[in-house]
Ligand binder design. Structure first.
Ligand SMILES: Cc1cc2nc3c(=O)[nH]c(=O)nc-3n(C[C@H](O)[C@H](O)[C@H](O)COP(=O)(O)O)c2cc1C
Length: 186
């Protein structure tokens, strides 16, 4: 019997780098992973539902109140083997650290069994936002709870500044996920 494909819950928050996440999602689907997506309302200002649904062939969890999807925040948290928030905005990182659960990403985080399954965050933001003491404290708190905080890239940011805070390049993100599952792209 063929092995069950690994299941990835890919969560997006509202950064200009959401387009890079789409590239990573595409690669993961091509590599044979089952990928489901969840997006904050702000993420959908950057990439459309149709893009995420088209890449994964599955509906995007983006509305807590949508009829027929009321239990997605529990079901998806049970379903996935790995959760990856990429890009992770300053706002969502600070919200997760505070335990706020009034959007799809926040509810999934609180429903996730952190002791049993990995939750990763790839931050993406302006350098000052990344260095802000509140963001640093949130990242430290989340790391202390067992969340894996992936490194950011350094370089030109969308705001025109150069520094820390760029989203990890999608190829690197995909490589981290492949390494985690011990998978190679055929
Ligand atoms: C063009 C544009 C680019 C943005 N890029 C980022 C970003 O890379 N990182 C970030 O933390 N916020 C960024 N923001 C601000 C967030 O979108 C904003 O804080 C939003 O409320 C985040 O919501 P969410 O965390 O619920 O997705 C950007 C805003 C705009 C208008």
């Amino acid at each position: 019997m063929a092995a069950q494909p690994n299941r990835i819950l890919f969560l997006l928050s509202g950064s200009i780098s959401c387009y890079k996440a789409c590239f990573a999602i595409s690669k993961l689907v091509q590599a044979g992973f089952e990928v489901r997506t969840a997006a904050t309302p702000a993420a959908l200002q950057f990439v459309g539902n149709a893009t995420l649904e088209g890449l994964t062939t599955k509906a995007v969890f983006s509305d807590l109140w949508k009829a027929g999807e009321a239990m997605d925040h529990i079901d998806l948290a049970r379903w996935a083997d790995l959760a990856v928030l990429a890009p992770g905005t300053a706002n969502t990182i600070n919200r997760l650290a505070a335990g706020l659960a009034d959007d799809p990403v926040g509810t999934l985080f609180l429903a996730w069994e952190l002791q049993k399954k990995p939750w990763w965050i790839a931050p993406a933001m302006n350098t000052q936002m990344f260095k802000h003491p509140i963001t640093r404290a949130s990242l430290d708190k989340l790391a202390g709870l067992g969340v894996r905080i992936l490194p950011t890239g350094t370089g030109q940011l969308a705001c025109g500044e150069t520094g820390e805070g760029r989203l990890l390049e999608p190829e690197q993100l995909v490589n981290e996920i492949l390494a985690h599952f011990g998978t190679k792209i055929a």
